[in-house]
Design a protein around this ligand. Structure first.
Ligand code: TLP
Length: 357
């Protein structure tokens, strides 16, 4: 689908569909540029300094995508033949084409969490010692907010508890914080509360923060130096990347507080969905800008439901055979949620009238 086709839709597939603001486009036009592989792009340098400072870490590195950020970070935190513990429904495990194994050479050890949060005892039990038989565990990855669990927040105290296990066993702790500002806004705390107990993390500019491209890896100077080399090896060294960094600076300075509005809209949507017979969801998981619901009670497949919504102008994503996901973002206002709810009500009514499909 091209941009023109989707522009008239109520697009709830992802916050990745957000377009840059006018101010971002202006900043791109006016950005001071240089060759970032030589570290001579002043706009990239400014963004990386700002990101490191905001996260309370020593250094940062701009990369093209969240997937590359996670891969670079896993590689900089481990050596081939080691293992990493991650949540069983995490993005790294399910949605990154197995890069952790295929490229990083790391064995993922999935640990099932509760609403996206792993229990520190389960983490401890899953650790593999470096021995003649095992791929020794050296890394724990958490995801915050947790996408597949419905945008749930891993709280600062939960992170601290996990970090204690990691420290006890000499493991590194990494956070896929693609949507970490959603977590900070949801709990109304400074983002450093979430970063202080992890060794390093990444966050995305291209999701709710509305930038067209980019994620940032953050950590110690030594870690980022290593990550910079790995980024280059993976083909992610960019030249005049200031055109990506310029909107990133605006994102960090001005786009964070408005995430609250996305959360309110997600709540409104979730409460509306919960009232529709045949749709079920766990309202406890609706903590930020993601809503995942099940169509089990309707006997409808996600594919069919999604097609029917699309035909009426609403776009959503499939999570599995009978679960769909809605994500709110800057392109979605309260009126869109109200309209989407009434369309969903119509589609459910139609399916129920026709019986099981
Ligand atoms: N998630 C996308 C899809 O890939 C599912 C989305 O629409 O939510 N970590 C997390 C937690 C993510 O949700 C995503 C993107 C990534 C990493 C990868 O980021 P990108 O898409 O920039 O490679």
């Amino acid at each position: 689908m091209d941009g023109d086709e989707t522009s008239s839709y109520i697009d709830l597939r992802s916050d990745t569909v957000t377009l840059p603001t006018e101010e971002m486009l202006e900043a791109i036009r006016n950005a001071k540029l240089g060759d970032d592989v030589y570290r001579e792009d002043p706009t990239v340098n400014q963004l990386e300094e700002l990101a490191a400072e905001k996260m309370g870490k020593e250094a940062a590195l701009l990369v093209p995508s969240g997937t590359m950020a996670n891969l670079v970070a896993v590689m900089a935190n481990t050596r081939r033949g080691e293992s990493a513990i991650l949540e069983a429904e995490s993005h790294i495990y399910w949605y990154e084409l197995g890069g952790i194994s295929a490229v990083a050479g790391v064995l993922p050890i999935p640990v099932k969490g509760e609403m996206g949060v792993m229990d520190p005892h389960d983490i401890e039990a899953a650790i593999k010692p470096a021995s003649l038989h095992h791929a020794g565990t050296t890394l724990v990855c958490i995801e915050n907010t947790h996408n597949l669990a419905g945008g749930t927040v891993v709280t600062p105290s939960q992170i601290r508890a996990i970090s204690e296990v990691a420290k006890d066993h000499d493991l590194r702790l990494y956070m896929d914080g693609a949507r970490i500002f959603n977590a900070a806004v949801a709990l109304k705390v400074d983002v450093k509360e979430f970063t202080r107990h992890v060794d390093n993390l990444m966050f995305s500019l291209s999701k709710g923060l509305s930038c067209p491209v980019g994620s940032i890896v953050v950590g110690s100077e030594a870690f980022i130096e290593k990550a910079r080399r790995i980024r280059k090896m993976l083909g992610g060294g960019m030249r005049q990347a200031g055109i990506i960094a310029a909107p990133g600076i605006i994102a960090l300075e001005r786009m964070i507080d408005r995430l609250e509005e996305d959360h309110k809209n997600a709540r409104l949507l979730a409460e509306g969905l919960a009232k529709i017979d045949g749709i079920s969801l766990d309202l406890r998981t609706v903590q930020t800008n993601i809503v995942i619901c099940s169509l089990d009670g309707l006997g409808a497949s996600a594919e069919m439901f999604i097609e029917k919504l699309k035909a009426r102008g609403v776009l959503v994503s499939r999570m599995c055979k009978t679960r769909i996901r809605f994500v709110t973002h800057r392109g979605i206002e309260r009126r869109h949620i109200e309209r989407a709810l009434s369309i969903i009500g119509e589609v459910v009514g139609e399916i129920r009238r026709r019986g099981r499909v």
